[in-house]
Design a protein. Structure first.
Length: 428
C-alpha cells in the first residue's frame, strides 16, 4: 500500500481481521457467560496493549514487509526461514474457514464441504489480485456490518424480553461469575496463548503499512476499545441465547439459532450479514498473510534470489496453497477453539523470545542461537501437544503441563544460555 494506511482504515482492518471467531465466542458465551470476556477478551487486550507500547513504532520504523524480514535483518536467513515455517501455521485461516462453512451451512442448509468451499472462494477471490489494498477496502465495509448486526439485534432482545433481571433469572448463576465454572488453570493458559498478539503477522503487516509510527501505535490502542465494545455485544447476545434456548444441542449455532427464532426477518438478515462479515474479514486477511509468507518468506527467500520481480506471482501461488491447506485443516479438526489453542501453543513459544529480542540490540541473540531457539522450542511445544495421544495419557499432557509452558521454558532457556556463552571469556 505504499505505507499510506491512514488511521481510520488501520483501525477498521485490524479490528475486523483480528476478530473472526464469532461462532466460537457465541458458543463460549452460551456455555459460560461473562467468562468469555475473561478468556477471549482481557488476555488479548493486554497482548494488543503490549504490542502498541513496545512493538508498533519499532515495526513501522523498520520499514520492512513481514516478520521474517525482521528475523532476517536481526539473525540471518536460517532464523528467517524457521520463523516463516512457524508463521505459515500460525497465520492459517483454517479456524475461520471452518466457522464460515458452519455459518453458511446453518443459513442455507448445505453440506459442510460445499459451504466451506463457497465461503472460502467468495472471501478471498477479490484479494487474490488486489492484494493488501483490496483486503483493507473490504475490511472497511465488513467492519461496519459486523457492528451493525449486533447493535440492532441486542437492543431488540433487551426491549422484547427484559434486561439484566431477565438474564439473571434465566441463566445459571455461574454465567455472571468471572470463571464461568471453569478451573482457573484453564483460564490462565489463555493469557499465555494471547501473547500470540506479540508475534501476530496481522498486527505487524498493518504496522508496516501505516503512514507513520503514531498511526501504528494509536491505531492498535483505539482498536482495543472497539474490541471491548464488540465483546460486550457478543457476550450478552450469547447469554440471551442461553436464556431463551436453554436446551440448544449445539451451542456453536447459538447466534444463528437465536436469529431464526427471535429476530424479525429484516433484522435477521442484517444480523446474518454481520456474522458473515465478521468471519469473512478474517479469512481474507489471513489467507493474504499466508500467501505472502509462502511466496515471499519461504519460497523466494529459500531460493536466495533477490530479484523481486516474481514475488507477486509466488505470493499468488502461496495464496492458493494457503486456502487449500486451510480447507483441509478445517475438515480435519472440526473445532475452531481447538485450532486456536493448538496453533497458539506451538507458535508463541517458537517466535516470542527471538522476535522480542530482535528489536533491542542489547538483547539480541546470536544468529545460530536464534535459529535453534525457534526450531527446538517449537518442536518441544509440538511434541508436548501430541503427548496427549500417547497410551495412558487419556487426553492429558505430559506431566500435566500445557504445551505452551514447556515451549516457553525452552525458548527462554536458549536466550539465557546464549547470554551466558557470549559473556564467557575465550579460552587461551
Amino acid at each position: 500500500m505504499g505505507r499510506t494506511l491512514a488511521l481510520p482504515s488501520f483501525v477498521a482492518t485490524l479490528v475486523s481481521t483480528w476478530y473472526g471467531g464469532v461462532l466460537g465466542v457465541g458458543e463460549y458465551s452460551y456455555r459460560y457467560g461473562i467468562s468469555n470476556w475473561i478468556v477471549f477478551g482481557v488476555p488479548y487486550y493486554l497482548g494488543a496493549a503490549l504490542f502498541a507500547l513496545f512493538f508498533a513504532k519499532k515495526a513501522r520504523r523498520s520499514e520492512l514487509y513481514t516478520v521474517p524480514d525482521q528475523l532476517d535483518r536481526a539473525y540471518g536467513k536460517p532464523a528467517a526461514l524457521m520463523g516463516a515455517v512457524v508463521i505459515q501455521v500460525l497465520s492459517s485461516p483454517a479456524p475461520y474457514v471452518l466457522m464460515l462453512g458452519i455459518l453458511i451451512q446453518m443459513i442455507f442448509g448445505w453440506n459442510l464441504l460445499p459451504a466451506i468451499l463457497v465461503g472460502t472462494f467468495f472471501s478471498t477471490a477479490y484479494s487474490f489480485r488486489g492484494g493488501m489494498r483490496s483486503v483493507v477496502n473490504a475490511d472497511n465495509v465488513q467492519f461496519v456490518l459486523m457492528y451493525l448486526g449486533f447493535l440492532i439485534a441486542l437492543p431488540l432482545l433487551a426491549v422484547r424480553f427484559g434486561g439484566a433481571a431477565f438474564l439473571l433469572s434465566h441463566v445459571p448463576a455461574t454465567h455472571f461469575v468471572w470463571h464461568g465454572g471453569n478451573a482457573p488453570q484453564y483460564i490462565f493458559v489463555w493469557y499465555f496463548i494471547a501473547l500470540q498478539t506479540l508475534v501476530e503477522p496481522a498486527f505487524y503487516q498493518r504496522a508496516f503499512a501505516a503512514k507513520d509510527e503514531k498511526t501504528a501505535q494509536r491505531g492498535v490502542l483505539i482498536a482495543i476499545g472497539f474490541w471491548m465494545l464488540f465483546d460486550c455485544l457478543t457476550t450478552f447476545t450469547g447469554i440471551y441465547a442461553r436464556a431463551l434456548m436453554p436446551s440448544l444441542k449445539d451451542p456453536v449455532s447459538s447466534y444463528p439459532a437465536l436469529a431464526i427464532a427471535f429476530l424479525p426477518p429484516v433484522v435477521q438478515g442484517i444480523f446474518y450479514l454481520g456474522l458473515l462479515a465478521t468471519v469473512m474479514s478474517t479469512v481474507d486477511g489471513y489467507t493474504f498473510i499466508g500467501g505472502v509468507n509462502f511466496g515471499r518468506d519461504l519460497y523466494w527467500r529459500w531460493r536466495g534470489n533477490r530479484d523481486e520481480s516474481r514475488v507477486n506471482f509466488y505470493s499468488q501461488v502461496g495464496f492458493l496453497v494457503t486456502a487449500v491447506l486451510a480447507v483441509l485443516m478445517a475438515l480435519l479438526f472440526r473445532s475452531a477453539v481447538d485450532l486456536w489453542h493448538d496453533v497458539g501453543s506451538v507458535g508463541v513459544p517458537a517466535l516470542l523470545v527471538p522476535i522480542a529480542a530482535s528489536y533491542h540490540p542489547r538483547w539480541h541473540m546470536r544468529p545460530a542461537a536464534a535459529a535453534w531457539c525457534i526450531a527446538v522450542s517449537g518442536a518441544v511445544a509440538l511434541g508436548w501437544l501430541l503427548s496427549k495421544f500417547l497410551p495412558g495419557m487419556h487426553g492429558g499432557y505430559l506431566l500435566g503441563v500445557e504445551p505452551i509452558y514447556a515451549g516457553l521454558v525452552v525458548s527462554v532457556g536458549f536466550w539465557l544460555m546464549d547470554r551466558v556463552l557470549r559473556r564467557r571469556p575465550a579460552m587461551v
